[in-house]
Design a protein around this ligand. Sequence first.
Ligand SMILES: *Cc1c(COP(=O)(O)O)cnc(C)c1O
Length: 376
Amino acid sequence: METKYNMLSDLGLEPIIQAGGPTTMYSGTRPRTEVLEAMREMSESFVRMDELLLSAGEKIAEMLGVEAATITSGASGGLVLQAGAAISKGDNVIISKLPDTKGVPCELIIQKSHRFSYDSLYLVPGSKLIEVGEKDGCTVEQIQDSINSQTAGIIHLESPFKGAGCVNLDDLTSIAERNGLPVLVDAASMLPPRSNLTKFTNLGCDLVSFSGGKAVRGPQSTGFLVGKKDWIEYCRILNAPYPTVARAQKVSKEEIAGLLVALELFLKTDEKDEIEFYGSQMKFLVDQIVEIPGIDAKVIHNRDHYIPHAVIEFNSDWNGPTGCRLGELLLEGKPRIYLMHTYPGFDGIWVDPLNLQTGDLEIVSEELRKLLISFS
Ligand SMILES: *Cc1c(COP(=O)(O)O)cnc(C)c1O
């Protein structure tokens, strides 16, 4: 690796082989060269940020084939804007007072099975979450009954973390429409498949938040909202650079340029080729460990695994430690290796090929094999 600045050794940091996917704690993902080049180029120009954000949003909408779009500081930033838009609906007086929502409807309905670690972001502009349904289900009636004069919107989570028995999106958008409420979707990690870029808006959802720093491979701090024209405009006018409740969610001109190029390249990539490539990488890894006693290893690509992953579980012949402990051991090793090992409700590990660089696959396969064999 070229090391002009020797940043890691200077700071006393040990780099990590990243086989756990675009997790924020493990520094996200690797922007392509073209993305970094676009950022460098933009760094040499000065613009009006409101003009840049407006044009960049229009360009994204055109690229994706959606009604409207706007850039956010991560999908998390998009959740703050969704809530703020539901409360203020473009009213500048209300926007200027947020997070003070006195006298303004600010309740957001969320199904219990859609509660997740990021939903506190919805509270930032002064909303109140109204939880409905049970852990394993919710009915259309329960949602309808929870709507009153204080309701500002309905949240929908689209994620492998989502619990069971939720109201389907068709019914949800119908209730929302009947009651004049927006449906606010968090689909942060649901790319690929690229078809998800338009799926939720086609189903009638008003605002959908995606990460730019996950599989899109844009700058880690970016995200974008797609949705209906009016709702995107409500979000845009309460976002940074304006001095609002979202001012801390600044996105730089360089990051905006980087996201645009990242999205362009993401859309250009052939999804079938990509799946085949990642699938063959994960098959290589699985083949190295599948014979080890106590191990069930396979390549899985489904709704829970946005690209093919090697998923490793333990059967009754396994006498070694938990998946979580194995993951910790690999992180403590030399080289340090990160695999997904702390997934809620799953005692196993999985390998995500998104961030593997040349040579990483062989190292990860070998180190994992050595570790598993040492306990078998
Ligand atoms: C990753 C994720 C987020 C946060 O996205 P950022 O782009 O990191 O801000 C929010 N919600 C869900 C469901 C996620 O998976």
